[in-house]
Design a protein around this ligand. Structure first.
Ligand code: IMP
Length: 428
């Protein structure tokens, strides 16, 4: 397992945290490449649930180096709180966690802009200032983690940004922002710098040195490929490159150094926030999946929209990520459902459509074309052996591999660390 990128193949919440946690056993370094604390990665260890937002889930395995890469956006207060929470669970992070100098800082004014803006856009964001922080990055006015090490410059640029943003909020949104005192923000961020200073590093050097030394490196994506700023259901997307390519830009690693790309596919589909979702189940079956799958946002607690597996969206995901293997998660949530549907194409204005449309308005208007697969009545929770799965569950897994043309390496059969089937020993 030399270098592997782990990507959510759908709209996030596929259960990447557990897959990363499992693979970390064999890894030396785990590096997160994009997103911010909009993500929520849940890991269940010995029945206890841990939710991480920014720190890679590899932190739960002793001796592994965890990196928050330059492609991420970081709210320093939230990161400190997360680190404190990890330490409070008896996990030693010292010398095991690095934060890239190139990661952009989420500032209090990003939250203010997002609140003002979201009313008009209805994206259903997590409200954490993620989008506006990436806007500043692209407009070259962002403040980065490395800037915390140069207080005078930091203060000056903060003041410039605040002047601009206060004027914008007033003129465009008619909002007089509160709590945006330059001195208070500056002092608060400098206090954070004092705490986080020990973690700040040139992480691109560290990651590349690890790869060159032949170490096993995992690249952890957040959200999912269908929320990718370029390849997702724009504008209903997050503001970063959640798909596999983001690992290269977000960590400063050349594409030639990536060996494998593992797509994490939930056995059904969920989406949180606004945007098109052709296979959404709006009735009782959707509710059943939500309740059984615990489909509530790990970050915001919002109920997730639930639906059938969508091979049109997944084929697009396979293409833009170049998956070399799949991990299927939450298979056990489908236990006891008599008939399972899978979407193989869409119908749009009477025509059959087999490719994922680029326009959200088209995706909003398509009708899913389903095939029905026989379900299984037996419980699969906690199974560790493929042959122990009911025949229909095995057929379901094979259908996924065949429809996507990608081998399935892992199947998750429950929240706990051990509830996992390894199919071909690739990651054993
Ligand atoms: P933002 O990332 O907060 O800007 O939100 C943009 C969209 O991405 C919204 O629909 C969010 O619900 C969604 N989103 C952001 N992070 C996650 C995640 O970790 N899982 C699932 N959806 C997410």
């Amino acid at each position: 397992m030399p270098t592997v990128v782990i990507v959510g193949a759908q709209w996030g919440d596929e259960g990447k945290g557990k897959v990363v946690d499992f693979l970390t056993e064999k890894a030396d370094v785990v590096a997160r490449y994009q997103g911010g604390h909009n993500a929520g990665h849940t890991v269940v260890i010995g029945g206890e649930k841990f939710v991480l937002h920014l720190v890679p889930s590899g932190i739960f395995r002793q001796g592994k180096l965890c990196i928050i890469g330059g492609g991420t956006v970081v709210d320093p207060y939230c990161l400190i709180e997360e680190i404190e929470g990890i330490k409070a669970n008896g996990i030693d992070v010292s010398g095991r966690l690095l934060l890239s100098k190139g990661a952009h800082l989420i500032m209090p004014y990003h939250m203010a802009i997002e609140q003002a803006n979201e009313g008009a856009k209805k994206i259903g964001t997590t409200g954490r200032g993620i989008g506006p922080a990436y806007v500043d990055k692209a407009s070259r006015s962002g403040l980065r983690v490395g800037d915390l090490l140069y207080p005078a410059l930091f203060r000056e640029r903060l003041q410039t940004n605040l002047r601009h943003i206060t004027a914008l909020l007033k003129a465009v949104y008619g909002v007089a922002p509160e709590g945006l005192s330059p001195d208070e923000i500056y002092e608060g961020y400098m206090r954070c710098a004092g705490t986080l200073g020990q973690y700040i590093a040139d992480t691109d050097i560290v990651v590349n040195e690890a790869i060159d030394a032949g170490k096993n490196v995992l690249f952890e994506g957040a959200q999912g490929a269908l929320l990718d700023i370029d390849h997702g259901t724009y504008p209903y997307v997050t503001s970063s490159s959640a798909s596999a390519g983001g690992a290269c830009t977000g960590l400063g690693v050349g594409p030639t150094k990536i060996d494998r790309v593992l797509g994490v596919v939930k056995a059904y589909t969920t989406r949180v926030g606004g945007g098109p979702f052709p296979t959404e189940l709006r009735g009782p079956l959707g509710e059943t999946l939500r309740e059984r799958g615990g489909e509530y946002g790990a970050t915001t607690g919002r109920p997730r929209r639930c639906g059938w597996l969508d091979f049109v969206g997944l084929r697009h995901s396979v293409r833009v990520n170049g998956f070399t293997g799949l991990a299927i998660t939450k298979l056990d949530i489908l236990d006891g459902i008599e008939e399972i549907k899978v979407c193989t194409a869409y119908r749009y204005k009477g025509e059959l459509m087999t490719e994922f449309p680029k326009e959200a308005a088209v995706l909003e208007a398509v009708e899913p074309v389903y095939e029905t697969i026989e379900g299984w009545q037996e419980g699969t929770t906690g199974l560790k052996d493929f042959e122990a799965l009911p025949p229909s569950a095995r057929r379901y897994i094979r259908t996924i591999a065949e429809m996507l043309g990608v081998p399935v390496h892992l199947i998750s059969t429950g929240a706990d660390r051990g509830s996992l089937i390894m199919l071909d020993g690739q990651f054993g």
